[in-house]
Design a protein around this ligand. Structure first.
Ligand code: ARG
Length: 464
């Protein structure tokens, strides 16, 4: 028997060492070492619980807890030697603990398995990530509220089919993004509840014969609940999938937002300016200032959708309980969390720096017959049926296109050619201000409503 070469953690029943390529192929340490802090937290809680359960002595527990603290120090100082032959973060840390403490280090793994250990680690890690993501999301929403308040009276064209539709206020437009991000926030907070359930104690799959006290580790680790079934605890990654789904929706929103910023900074729109620090130039075209940050966020959205699809596919064929497939959960999950966090951070930094070009926005709204619906509504108030009004205004717009005049630029006589119901008071409704002010109800674009919505938004953020 070649005991000297088989894996030190599980080599007992093996008669030849693992193939060198297979060892590399099956190892996860290159990426799961990122979980070291949470792995150590989980191990320290487990050791404390084992002492309360009478499995470890207090001295053993103290040695383990202190030893793990020192290992964390080594990792953070960059002096820890990660070994691929030790497969993953769990066995690297445990091997080092044993190297430092001898026999006591080997006792840590009593009553647990890497299966419940890794499920615990990812949940602890993801919980922290969600909290960090929520901080950036909050910051972005604060920035949107601030800008919306400043731009409550700024008029721009509102679009459908990317064709000028009706005038809106820029503040109102910004608050649409605020609203979407509020739902993203809700989704992440809700997802966190299901992330924050404890699989530790499931052991390999069936639970353990030791008198473990799961409420102790649950409390030490700040979990909200104890997973109710050991087979489920070690195997399902629905919490990670749910996070990727929530992250995908948030990225989808940021991607749409990005698309607007790209359009608005173009020479064709010129609605806004982004400060140079969020843009880059071209090495060949000296005039270029490219909106790289929004473009990149739009592009990175695909990675997060990919993570969602990848994890769903990873999970769908797995019988209970743990399968090695699950080792593949980490890279997509890490990438999705990093991408969302960085994208939110970039947006939170960039949004307060958006400089609207108010005159150009206003001019664009004036040019596109954006008050045509207002003219139709005016005629309805004079007693005509809406369908007839629609037709009348259609003719007026056609005349405007041919003559190069906006509705508000036509004389009363010109307008009366389309309906004798039109009187001098029509000009009040054809102005941009008249148009936006008239939409004065909850969720409408009137500046007064935008200000009210900003206050509601502030109250919402204050409750978080
Ligand atoms: N590296 C593994 C993973 O990420 C840890 C659990 C391994 N368990 C096992 N029985 N091989 O899933």
């Amino acid at each position: 028997m070649s005991s000297e070469k088989t894996n030190q953690s599980w080599g007992g029943r093996f008669s030849e060492p693992v193939d060198a390529f297979v060892a590399r192929f099956t190892a996860s340490v290159d990426f799961d070492k990122r979980l070291y802090r949470h792995d150590i937290l989980g191990s320290q809680a487990h050791a404390r619980m084992l002492t309360q359960a009478g499995v470890l002595s207090e001295a053993e527990r103290d040695a383990i807890v202190a030893g793990l603290d020192e290992i964390r120090g080594e990792i953070e100082a960059g002096t820890f030697e990660w070994r691929v032959d030790l497969e993953d973060v769990h066995m690297n840390i445990e091997a080092r603990l044993t190297e430092r403490l001898g026999v006591v280090g080997k006792k840590l793994h009593t009553g647990r398995s890497r299966n419940d250990q890794v499920a615990t680690d990812i949940r602890l890690w993801l919980r922290d990530e969600i909290d960090a993501i929520l901080v950036e999301l909050n910051r972005l929403q604060e920035g949107l509220l601030q800008l919306a308040e400043t731009e409550a009276d700024t008029i721009m064209p509102g679009f459908t089919h990317l064709q000028t539709a009706q005038p809106v206020t820029f503040g109102h437009h910004l608050l649409a993004w605020f609203e979407m991000l509020s739902r993203d926030h809700e989704r992440l907070v809700d997802c966190r509840k299901r992330v924050n359930r404890m699989p530790l104690g499931s052991a390999a799959l069936a639970g353990t014969t030791y008198p473990i006290q799961r409420q102790v580790t649950c409390e030490l680790l700040g979990f909200e609940a104890i997973g109710g079934n050991s087979l489920d605890g070690v195997s399902d990654r629905d919490f990670a999938i749910e996070f990727c789904a929530a992250a995908s929706l948030a990225m989808m929103h940021l991607s749409r937002f990005s698309e607007e910023l790209v359009l608005w900074t173009s020479a064709q729109f010129q609605f806004i300016d982004l400060p140079d620090r969020f843009c880059t130039g071209s090495s060949i075209m000296p005039q270029k200032k490219n909106p790289d940050v929004p473009e990149l966020v739009r592009g990175k959205t695909g990675r997060v959708f990919g993570a969602l699809t990848g994890l769903l596919t990873l999970m769908k064929g797995q019988p209970l309980a743990y399968n090695k497939d699950n080792q593949e959960d980490k890279e997509p999950l890490f990438d999705a969390a990093d991408t969302l966090r960085d994208s939110l951070r970039a947006f939170a930094d960039m949004v307060p720096a958006i400089k609207p070009k108010r005159e150009i926005m206003r001019e664009a709204a004036r040019r596109g017959f954006s008050t045509a619906t207002d003219l139709a509504d005016y005629l309805v108030r004079k007693g005509l049926p809406f369908r007839d009004c629609h037709e009348i205004v259609g003719h007026a717009v056609k005349y405007g296109v041919d003559s190069g005049k906006d509705l508000a630029e036509m004389s009363l006589d010109e307008l009366r050619r389309f309906s004798d119901q039109i009187e001098r008071d029509v000009f009040a409704v054809l102005t941009l201000e008249g148009s936006v002010n008239a939409r004065d109800h909850i969720g409408g674009t009137a500046p007064a409503q935008v200000r009210a919505a900003v206050q509601r938004g502030r109250a919402l953020l204050g409750q978080r």
